[in-house]
Design a protein around this ligand. Structure first.
Ligand code: NAP
Length: 339
């Protein structure tokens, strides 16, 4: 069982596995670890579910022909809890190594220890980094269609990006908007063809290709229009919209390690954590899975699959460590007797 000493007493809480982040990958790791009867703690700074809370409709998770992202998030959490994982609301600030312990310190000053840590911290929406974006955030600029779409009934809505998120969330926003302008910097989308077909089938989408947003303007503190630039002709234009939803990619939360550990963990050019096929990082006992990990695709399905691998690999690591310790202990005992 986990040593449930309170952090208030100065003693760290100890588990076998700590999972950092409770998106689909974290929930799956928790489910597998919990089901293997391993004392497991899941740390999540926000609401469990990760990017599912920013995903309107999910149609590509087997067994669910159609489910809303937040509904899937809630189901995943209930399922993981059923197998005994402990959930704590806390932001993991640094992961370090102390002998055989992997130590997670949280922003609220607590310390948790385990033999293994699985980092499933996901990431967050990348910003456009244009004037007006920060000032008008929450006043027409939003990164979550499912959260804010309903505020823009019969409005002109802009979506920026050409990947799966932009096209999928753009399609969802046609439920509310009079017109959805999908602004993409190239002439071809990166999104899957089926998603593009679904978007076009709505008949409510205006595709603004080869175009970037240069500035977001507001009137009376709310988004009023955008300055656009056609990257081919260089021509600038204005587009009147009441809302803009940038979906231009994802920044991974891979900066959760203390400097000594970070120096031993490889990340790719976009900051995603590189692992081997068992989801092991360069530091024994530290695993990574889900959107924070460097990989070819970022789907719910492979986040869940990789987290399964990570949980089982972490389990094997913990067992090996216990076995090694149990062999060491009597030997050490004999040594003391002899002395
Ligand atoms: P993404 O695939 O990286 O696409 C980002 C898009 O934004 C690209 O079209 C990119 O243009 C554009 N972009 C990047 N920076 C920009 C900037 N500064 N200004 C304007 N445009 C910019 O990101 P995502 O759509 O968020 O998807 C992330 C991952 O989740 C992907 O692996 C995706 O497949 C997955 N996902 C899957 C589903 C699904 O299967 N249903 C749904 C959502 C997300 P370029 O194309 O020119 O680079």
């Amino acid at each position: 069982m986990a040593d449930q000493n309170s952090n208030g007493s100065g003693n760290p809480e100890r588990y076998d596995i700590i999972v950092v982040g409770a998106g689909p990958a974290g929930q799956s790791a928790a489910l597998y670890a919990g089901r293997s009867r391993i004392p497991t703690l899941v740390l999540e700074r926000g609401i469990p579910g990760g990017q599912l809370w920013n995903t309107a409709e999910v149609e590509d998770y087997p067994g669910f022909e159609h489910i809303m992202g937040p509904d899937l998030a809630e189901r995943m959490q209930k399922h993981a809890e059923k197998f005994g994982a402990t959930f704590e609301t806390a932001e993991a600030e640094s992961i370090s190594v102390d002998g055989d312990d992997r130590v997670v310190r949280t922003a609220d000053g607590r310390e948790f220890r385990a033999a293994a840590v699985i980092v499933t911290a996901g990431g967050e929406a990348r910003k456009l980094d244009v004037p007006g974006e920060d000032e008008l955030a929450g006043k027409g600029v939003s990164y979550c269609a499912v959260c804010d779409g309903a505020f823009f009934q019969d409005a002109d809505i802009a979506v920026v990006g050409g990947g799966d998120s932009a096209v999928e969330e753009g399609t969802f926003l046609t439920r509310y908007g009079k017109r959805v302008h999908v602004i993409h910097r190239r002439s071809e989308y990166r999104a899957q063809p089926i998603l593009i077909e679904q978007m076009r089938a709505t008949g409510k989408v205006e595709e603004v290709l080869d175009t970037v947003v240069e500035e977001i303007h507001g009137t009376d503190g709310r988004v009023s229009h955008l300055t656009l630039r056609n990257v081919e002709s260089g021509e600038r234009s204005e587009l009147r919209v009441q809302a803009v939803f940038p979906f231009v990619g994802f920044t991974p939360h891979s900066d959760v390690f203390d400097p000594e550990v970070a120096a031993r963990i490889e990340v790719d050019e976009s900051g995603h954590i590189v692992t081997d096929q068992a989801m092991r990082t360069g530091v024994p006992g530290i695993f990574a899975a889900g959107d924070v990990r460097s990989q070819f695709v970022r789907q719910i399905t492979n986040a869940v699959g990789d987290a399964t691998t990570a949980a089982l690999a972490a389990n094997a690591y913990v067992e090996q460590l216990k076995h090694a310790r149990s062999k060491q202990a009597p030997a050490q005992g004999r040594g003391r007797e002899a002395a």
